[in-house]
Design a protein around this ligand. Structure first.
Ligand code: UDP
Length: 244
């Protein structure tokens, strides 16, 4: 058994929603999902007891599902309520956002109302940089900053669109509309890019198909309340389909 001292000393990274720990295997890390909720680049903060458990369950479920459809990720397995083992990768400092419906920053940027459907998905890249407030980048900026090669940008776009197709289908089976979501990718030691980070209601906008009720982190961003209940409902629906 690992002592508290050992596990805290093996902490190698702490983000807003997760902690990363070393394991005995240098190629494998342990991710611990926290209960912390943050928005607006950390300016809004709360602790919502149980969020870590739900995001760990949901994210693990989705990564397993994607793997079954031929999309590998860093995910290995879930080892506790709040922890999963993942392959160690070098995270590319880009947030890859895919959108099917206008919401959030896109609504502000183009002046269209939230909820307008897009006739084809939009892929966007944001620079993962808190000091700069995660700005939107185009391919020239990504090249200038040497964040990814032109070939890798194409690969990121293709993988993101494939994941979008699979997730739209997955969520529609549980009566959820996939409005938009954010992905992160990592480079393996052999240079191959794989999906990493998490896929959860913290990183996706999910609306109930019939009522358009928001079932995601917008409940926290917009002070709507009921975040845990919404995440629990997402998990119940995912889990029910698996049981069926
Ligand atoms: N997103 C995320 N982390 C971020 C920024 C965005 O997971 O740091 C997700 C967000 O939950 C949404 C999508 O990416 O599903 C698009 O977010 P948007 O650009 O509209 O920004 P926001 O409205 O969250 O500021």
């Amino acid at each position: 058994m690992q002592s508290t001292h050992l596990s805290s000393s093996s902490l190698i990274h702490e983000g807003k929603a997760k902690q990363l720990f070393l394991t005995a295997d240098p190629q494998i890390l342990r991710v611990r999902y926290k209960d912390d909720a943050t928005a607006f680049n950390g300016q809004k903060f709360d602790r919502l007891l149980g969020k870590g458990v739900l995001n760990n369950l949901i994210s693990a479920h989705i990564f397993e599902d994607l793997a079954n459809f031929g999309v590998p990720s860093h995910f290995i397995n879930r080892v506790s309520d709040v922890e999963q083992l993942v392959r160690r990768v070098d995270i590319i400092p880009l947030e890859v956002v895919v959108r099917n419906v206008v919401a959030g920053s896109l609504a502000k940027r183009i002046g269209w109302g939230e909820g307008c459907p897009l006739n084809q998905p939009i892929v966007e890249f944001y620079y993962k940089n808190d000091d700069l407030g995660d700005p939107l980048l185009n391919e020239n900026h990504i090249d200038l900053l040497s964040l990814a090669s032109a070939r890798e940008i194409n690969e990121l776009r293709e993988q993101a669109l494939k994941i979008n197709e699979l997730l739209i289908r997955k969520f529609s089976t549980i009566d959820l509309k996939l409005v938009d979501f954010k992905l992160e990718f990592g480079r393996q030691p052999d240079g191959i890019l794989i999906l990493a980070d998490e896929i959860s209601p913290d990183t996706c906008r999910l609306w109930d198909r019939k009522t358009n009720e928001k079932m995601d982190k917008d409940r926290f961003r917009r002070n709507l309340g009921g975040l845990l209940e919404a995440y629990q409902e997402v998990w119940n629906r995912l889990n029910k389909v698996e049981d069926a």
